[in-house]
Design a protein around this ligand. Sequence first.
Ligand code: TPP
Ligand code: MG
Length: 367
Amino acid sequence: MQPAHDDLGLVQALRDDGSVDPSTDPQLDDATLQTLFRHMIRLRLIDERMLMRQRQGKVGFYGASTGQEATPIVTALQLQPQDWVFPALREASIMLVRGFPLETWLAQIYGNAADVMKGRQQPMHMAGKAVNQVSWSSCLGPQLPQAVGAAWAAKIKGDHDVVSVAFTGDGATSEPDFHAAMNFAGVYRPPVVIICQNNHWAISVPSSKQTASATFAVKARAYGLPGIRVDGNDVLALWRVLSDACGRARRGEGPTFVEAVTYRIGAHSSSDDPTRYRSEDEVERWRQRDPIARFERYLRSRGLLDDGGRAALEAELTEEILTAIRAVEAHGLPERTSILDDVYAERPWHLEAQAEELLRHPPAPQH
Ligand SMILES: Cc1ncc(C[n+]2csc(CCOP(=O)(O)OP(=O)(O)O)c2C)c(N)n1
Ligand SMILES: [Mg+2]
């Protein structure tokens, strides 16, 4: 595919009947296809379990990726250990694909004594030094200039072969940081890939109210970088587009902006009720284009999956997830006085006094 694929067309590979368009087929081997499927199912099961945990009051907040599994999972499989990821709300799973332990990842959602961040982050702000993944910032947008800056630093330092990948939602493209990042990327041409997951909604605001541009991809033209629009529920098309974009960055050929067209099947987060602003008909239309179901049809048509294999995979992954959840839930809250740690090398007298005062009060009830 040509790098300057910046028309408004949608790159697709998987057809509805489970066959593939040969002109965009990345021709992945069986093992890669199965790895992709496994990670997507794993993410869906984790989301299901964690939303239940949120409803049970075990965790405060959760933001699921249901319907949007393809983009983070395909991205993760393009990355090498030295690459950096600057996510938005729905890409924490990239850490897991890159080998981050599930238990440590889950502990960051619980924020309990098992959490390496000592419960100081909000849930869903997972980060991992070992996998070069930075926590997102809660406010929309800052991860984009951060990623472009990290890529620019790599370029200046001569760290060839280090790619930064940044994510944004459709809504966050209205933030000044998006425009600053795109402009900087266009001018300085660092090795960065900026991916917009256009899931059609920014909580209750539809993407039609977010921009007057015909697409999000077309915005890249104004900034002088290639913009590509890809079916974000089509694993094979994503592979084609994202391997191209990461390859270009890795070879020093500059940045790419990718709009992945997808849909958030569930609520924005555990704090949202989407029935108040969108129709069940719309959701149902997108359920028909579920990225996992579409991919599954393809795997079955290639003889790589059958009912038995599907059930065994789900049982195995469910067991893994429940075991990890149980292990994390066995921990209590972090040591209360740890809130005073990590500011000074040694705790000074006034923080000692605060620690003593804190301990004179009874601890908060545990779940
Ligand atoms: C600067 C800022 N404004 C508003 C919010 C509240 N907020 C959190 S998520 C969100 C919607 C984000 O939509 P989008 O960028 O499309 O990402 P999605 O959640 O759909 O993946 C909003 C408005 C925020 N976190 N930061
Ligand atoms: Mg959105």
